[in-house]
Each structure stands twice: as C-alpha cells, then as structure tokens.
Design a protein around this ligand. Structure first.
Ligand SMILES: [Zn+2]
Length: 293
C-alpha cells in the first residue's frame, strides 16, 4: 500500500478502472480516386470493394480522403451509388483531390466533424489543399482539436485524429508530404503531447504505399492506410526508413480491431484473403486498458 495515503481516485478514474472497455471493430478505406485518368477502372474497383465491404464485420467505415480524382464533380454521384451497397455508416474526409466546396455539396455539409464510437472519438478534419501535397491546419482547427482532446479527457474517452495528409515529418525515401512546421505541425504535436494519454492515433491516407506507419511519437500511433485503388512499393523497409511498411501493396482496405490493449490492423487486399497485419499496443492510456489502473 505504498503511497496509498496520497492516492485520491476521482469518481471518473474509479469508473474507468471498473469498466471493461468494449471491443471495437471498424474498417479504414482511403484514396478511391473515382474517375482516375477519366477511365472506369477506379469506379469499377470501388464498386467491387463496396460489395466486399458489405460482407465485412465492423461497425463503421472511415474514408480518409481522395474520394474522387482531380476534383471531377461527375464522379461524386458514382462514388455515392456504390457506397449505398455497404449498409454501415461511412464517414469521409476530403483529400487534396476533393475540392472543399464539392465535398460539402455531395458528401457532407459539415466537413470538420466528430464521430463518436463507444469509448473512441474520431476527429475528422480536412487538412488538404487541392494545389499541394502538403497538409495545412488553421489556428481554428488546432483550437478545435485541442478542445475535443480536452473534452475527451474529461469524459474518459480516447481520440483518433483523421486527416488526409500525415503530420509526421517523412523525408526521402518517403514521400516528403506532411504538415510542415509553419503549417500547423508544431502546435499539433504540442497538443498531442499534452493529451497523449487520450490520443490513440493519427490516421491518414494520401501515400498509396500500403500500410505505412511510424511509432516515434509513441504512445501515439501515426498511420497512412493503403489505397483502395493502387499502392506502390517504395522499398522503405529495405532502405531502413523509420517505422514500418509491411510487404503488401495490392489495392485494399484495412480491418481494425481494438481489444485487450492492442489495436490490430489487418490489410485486406481486394478480392483476396486477409494479408499482413500490424499490432499497435495501446500504451499509457487513461483507460482500463492498463490493468490495475
Ligand atoms: Zn492525396
């Protein structure tokens, strides 16, 4: 009982340690690029994927941007038509190929928004500009993230921040596309550091490099998810690039399950059995994931 005299448990902390967190299962897709090269290929692939997604287990789907290719307005209804087959909620964010105005007209009026999923809260943000591969966060967006992390801490929830372009400084042999310090990266990492017990992950699309992630801001996971259309092998692991990039580059989506203190990412290539997976431990979180907390 060392130190027990100074240990004061708030009602919330007691509640958290009593409650077993429910297992969560959801799916992440990204970079469908419907209308790519003005051909039907991407739309057809997306239609096949939607048919597969309808059979998957999972409570919701996140789409991390580049819904259509090159801002082709005519492609949004085509995207939405296949999406209807899925049968569970799909929450999109825009990518650099999705002009904000078209995204809000066809996909969702309110672009930056919050999706609550049991004890996890997704913050959905647009950090992409149509004329750049880099990411950009405004002061207003950073304050919004800060506010929601603070609120999540009060409510004992975890947060996943979803934005198309990664924040992680990645350079050659990586793409080198990220939220540069002057575009909000510095402040974003300050917020994340402040709430690192709340922030589970930063989730992105944009890279078309399969499952690409970094752990150097542990305990926060930073992940670029595989594209539904195409992925390129940049031989990152061979070149000893920071982080991980398991060998699987077929078009696909990612099954995510969070259970027993681990977030498991499973790469599901389109039309093929589940392939590689990656375990992301949930460390130092303000929840009952830490046994005996
Ligand atoms: Zn992109």
């Amino acid at each position: 009982m060392v130190g027990s005299s100074s240990l004061v448990l708030s009602p919330r902390a007691l509640q958290a340690s009593d409650k077993k967190l429910q297992k969560l299962s959801f799916i992440v897709i990204t970079d469908t690029h419907v209308g790519y090269r003005d051909q039907d290929g991407a739309a057809n692939r997306w239609e096949r994927m939607a048919t597969e997604l309808a059979r998957e287990k999972g409570d919701l789907i996140l789409h991390l941007g580049d819904v259509v290719d090159g801002g082709r307005e005519s492609q949004y209804p085509i995207y939405l038509k296949s999406r209807k087959k899925i049968g569970i909620p799909v929450h999109e964010i825009p990518g650099n190929h999705d002009p904000e105005e078209l995204f809000s007209r066809y996909v969702r009026k309110q672009i930056d928004t919050v999706v609550n999923y049991d004890w996890l809260r997704f913050l959905l943000l647009n950090n992409a500009h149509t004329d750049s591969h880099d990411g950009f966060l405004t002061e207003e967006q950073l304050d919004w993230i800060d506010k929601h992390c603070k609120q999540a801490a009060r409510e004992n929830k975890l947060v996943a921040i979803c934005m198309h372009v990664p924040a992680h400084k990645n350079q050659h042999p990586d793409r080198g596309w990220y939220v540069k310090p002057k575009n909000g990266q510095t402040k974003l990492y300050e917020i994340i550091r402040k709430y690192e017990k709340q922030v589970l992950a930063l989730m992105h699309g944009h890279f078309h490099n399969g499952l690409r992630g970094w752990n150097d801001h542990s305990p926060v996971h930073e992940i670029c998810f595989p594209s539904a259309l195409y992925n390129l092998n940049r031989n990152l692991e061979k070149q000893k690039a920071l982080g991980y990039n398991p060998k699987e580059f077929r078009p696909g989506y990612t099954l995510v399950t969070i259970d027993a203190g681990n977030m498991k990412l499973t790469y599901k290539p389109l039309g093929a059995p589940a392939s590689v997976s990656k375990m992301c431990p949930l460390q130092q979180k303000e929840t009952s994931f830490n046994e005996g907390s």
